[in-house]
Write a protein that binds this ligand. Structure first.
Ligand SMILES: C[S@@+](CC[C@H](N)C(=O)[O-])C[C@H]1O[C@@H](n2cnc3c(N)ncnc32)[C@H](O)[C@@H]1O
Length: 178
């Protein structure tokens, strides 16, 4: 995961590709990509979903994503949305950090403070039989995120791992309990 300059957006990296590949097999009616960056994940989702919405706090990212995705919204997580989705995905900003100097990567305390806020927001916008899939890393205290998802009424499990030189990427899938 690399740091980006302020007037820029997160250029797809190994984490983006890892999650994008996993999303190729997902199908449904509606999907939300939180923190869309360049729009790489939203683009994959648009192959198999009728409606794809992308959000980001970075307007420069949305300008880029809008080249390929129609429904781009500049907002925090899923906060302004009033509809529910079959699938919500997020390549989380997971690096532990003291401050939020780069929202593309900084996750604050133990790499879970910003991710927890995003997950809480997303959890309110999932259809009854829907799910969330997010990417985190061994650099973050991801057990806290898994516990959070369980406490929000989801069954959460790690569905894929990818070892990099300095960290392990993890995909967590959260299915709403019936
Ligand atoms: C690691 S980048 C992932 C970008 C892209 N999805 C990808 O996989 O290449 C995280 C993205 O989340 C966005 N972001 C960070 N905090 C956010 C928040 N609270 N709400 C919405 N987007 C956020 C950042 O601006 C950045 O574009």
């Amino acid at each position: 995961m690399q740091k980006e300059s302020q007037n820029s957006y997160y250029v797809p990296a190994e984490d983006s590709i890892f999650l994008a590949d996993y999303l190729e097999n997902q199908k449904g009616r509606s999907a939300l990509d939180i923190g869309t960056g360049s729009g790489i994940l939203a683009k994959v989702l648009s192959k198999n979903f009728d409606l794809v919405v992308a959000t980001d706090v970075n307007i420069f990212a949305l300008k880029k994503a809008h080249e390929i995705i129609t429904n781009c919204i500049c907002c925090n997580a899923a906060d302004v949305l009033r509809t529910s989705f079959d699938l919500i995905v997020c390549n989380l900003p997971y690096l532990p950090s003291e401050e939020l100097s780069d929202p593309a990567v900084d996750g604050l305390h133990e790499g879970v403070e910003i991710p927890s806020m995003i997950i809480k927001s997303a959890s309110q916008r999932i259809e009854k039989n829907g799910k969330m899939i997010f990417l985190t890393s061994s650099l973050a205290n991801y057990d806290i995120l898994i516990q959070l998802c369980e406490s929000l009424g989801f069954v959460a499990k790690i569905v894929a791992k990818k070892k990099l030189f300095y960290e392990e990427l993890l995909l967590v899938e959260c299915v709403r309990k019936t």
